[in-house]
Design a protein. Structure first.
Length: 357
């Protein structure tokens, strides 16, 4: 019998995808940014914190669970690939049908070949990680705990200190959107699974982790507001340094939230688990190069509310509606296409495994 997924982690997936949508809702809106006072600029930038926080959580969850598996999950890879192809081609068809203005050679290629032409950086990184994790696991399990800590320490310095604090490009980072970061976060998630019993003072204390989470988020908010204020006197525009993917604050916040959930009571909810199964689809539709301009600028059009005092709450409300709407859309897709998808996945997995083995 297939084991049931722990709904506390499935709920964390839902929170993670909401944070990503929350970021995109603000980031993809075509604000009249420079006509706004600095403090309001800060308010519409605050959701940016959620984007990489959500992404980091996805990779931590992946490392936490897959460190205990040694076999390739070919079916999972094919399923994600098929979902990506389905939505990419459907969106492209809509773009041609309604003659969307952002139809270019780049966007067409990115939707026909979404993995190869960087239609979705996160999906590409995630699929590569899914293909190499058994090899990563062998390396991880061959390390002593001291060696493992040394590896994580060197990686933290290179990827999060040199890159974010000193703007050193030697780490090969691009706003935290590379396989390098995905692998590192996988290592962190795996470490939390393998050695959680050895750092109980921090890992098992929800109060400490709650304080860490709040402090890091406040520091990120403070960095945005401070730099927005200082931009009155300079043309610098570096607010993303401490809130983007290679920000040490984003990593610490993600770990603190993950540890809070990890040490919460396990439970099972079929509703939560079903909604969590739509998270990849929500990301694909929401982050499409074609939909983000048309959907956010023309359809949602939060720009018309930018002078509203409660703009921060409006962005949050829009993100909730978008997330739930896309979840319902994918539940409908699953209802209609799951039998066909299972047959295609089974056929392709047999063909691939035959060549691998």
């Amino acid at each position: 019998m297939k084991s049931q997924r722990d709904s506390k982690f499935e709920l964390l997936r839902i929170i993670a995808i909401f944070l990503v949508v929350y970021d995109h809702t603000s980031q993809f809106t075509n604000w009249d940014f420079w006509t706004m006072p600095w403090y309001k600029q800060g308010l519409i930038q605050l959701p940016v914190i959620g984007g990489k926080l959500g992404v980091n959580l996805f990779f931590l969850i992946t490392g936490y669970f897959l460190i205990c598996r040694q076999n390739f999950r070919i079916k999972a890879v094919i399923k994600i690939w098929l979902t990506t192809i389905f939505y990419s081609w459907a969106i492209l068809a809509l773009a041609f049908l309604f003659k969307w203005p952002n139809l270019t050679k780049k966007t067409v290629l990115a939707n026909i070949f979404p993995i190869s032409f960087n239609g979705y950086w996160f999906i590409t990184v995630y699929l590569v990680l899914m293909l190499i994790y058994p090899v990563l696991n062998k390396m991880i399990l061959a390390l002593s705990q001291r060696q493992y800590i040394w590896l994580l320490t060197v990686g933290f310095i290179c990827l999060f200190i040199w890159s974010a604090v000193f703007n050193n490009e030697a780490a090969g980072m691009t706003a935290g959107s590379t396989i390098i970061l995905g692998v590192y976060l996988y290592f962190v998630g795996s470490y939390l699974r393998l050695y959680q019993h050895q750092f109980r003072i921090i890992s098992n204390n929800k109060l400490i982790n709650g304080i860490i989470l709040i402090v890091t988020i406040l520091l990120m908010i403070g960095s945005i507001l401070l730099i927005d204020w200082s931009r009155q006197f300079t043309n610098a525009f570096y607010y993303t340094q401490l809130v983007d993917g290679n920000s040490p604050l984003e990593l610490i916040a993600a770990m603190a939230l993950f540890l809070i959930v990890m040490n919460s009571r396990s439970f099972y909810s079929s509703c939560i688990n079903r909604l969590a199964s739509t998270c990849m689809a929500v990301y694909i539709v929401n982050a499409s190069l074609l939909t983000k301009d048309v959907f956010y600028s023309s359809f949602i059009n939060l720009k018309s509310y930018q002078q509203t005092p409660g703009i921060y709450l409006i962005i949050m409300g829009a993100a909730v509606v978008i997330t739930l709407g896309l979840m319902l859309l994918d539940l409908l897709r699953q209802l209609l296409l799951t039998p066909l998808e299972k047959r295609v996945v089974a056929y392709l997995s047999r063909k691939i495994l035959k060549h691998i083995e």
